[in-house]
Ligand binder design. Structure first.
Ligand SMILES: [Zn+2]
Length: 252
């Protein structure tokens, strides 16, 4: 059994330069959104917190929106627990701010995307994993595409959403893809857990990359330090670098 500690998110994690070198030297499978879609008309992106969908899929959702594919974002939590003990960000204010941030970011990248808000407890998704599986199953139709965080992403909420999304997809006959988010932090190219054989790299155009970067700027609660506690940004510069690549990665 692997413990969460083996996927501990601490320090600065694996430097982006190490990932980039590995992507340039390995023979990584290059795919397209059209290939991922096959004949599906609907893509569900299941986001544990309001920003995960943009960090992992900000380029992919632009391509889907261009193709007039229905993009349905499922917001599992409102992200109200990212600033514990902060007098600047009490939970209810933080949840409202994060909902506003992700709304602006999504409007920039995929204006027609819909959002379903589930309001599970931020930080406590694994305790409600079965309920989440049932809720997600009800939102999916056969042959839809489902994108979830990697089941070994390291953050307990991400892993719980990954597992629940996987079960719900199997129940409903959907095709599932997983995306690493904090996985880029704890994993490294030579760790055996990193599934290179499942990697599909989706190229982004310079314009898509630029717009994704602009959209991420809306996440100020996550990219700025917290004056209420003196804590550093949840997404410091080294973490943001992983989402500025000229490609996005899904595991098939
Ligand atoms: Zn998250």
């Amino acid at each position: 059994m692997e413990s969460v500690n083996e996927r501990h998110i601490a320090g600065a994690g694996t430097p982006e330069s190490v990932w980039m070198e590995s992507f340039t030297t390995r023979n990584v499978f290059q795919g397209t959104v059209v290939e991922l879609l096959a004949n599906s008309k609907t893509v569900h992106i299941i986001a544990p917190h309001p920003d995960d969908e943009i960090l992992a899929c900000g380029g992919i959702i632009q391509q889907l929106a261009q193709m007039k594919v229905s993009v349905q974002i499922v917001a599992v939590t409102d992200g109200e627990a990212s600033h514990p003990g902060s007098c600047r960000w009490p939970a209810s204010m933080l949840a409202a701010a994060r909902r506003a941030e992700v709304k602006l970011a999504t409007r920039m990248l995929a204006p027609q995307a819909t959002r379903t808000r589930l309001q599970f407890a931020d930080g406590g998704v694994s305790a409600s994993e079965n309920e989440l599986t049932v809720t997600l199953s009800a939102l999916l139709d056969k042959n839809d595409i489902v994108i979830v965080p990697w089941r070994l992403d390291g953050h307990p909420d991400h892993e719980a959403v990954g597992r629940a999304g996987c079960k719900a997809s199997a129940i409903r006959g959907c095709r599932l893809f997983e995306v690493p988010i904090w996985g880029w932090h704890w994993a490294s190219p030579n760790r055996r857990e990193f599934p290179w054989h499942r990697v599909v790299s989706i190229a982004l155009s310079p314009e898509e990359r630029y717009r994704k970067e602009q959209a991420i700027r809306f996440f100020r609660t996550q990219t700025e330090p917290d004056p209420g506690t003196g804590r550093a940004a949840v997404l410091p510069r080294f973490a943001l670098e992983r989402f500025r690549r000229p490609f996005e990665v899904v595991f098939r």
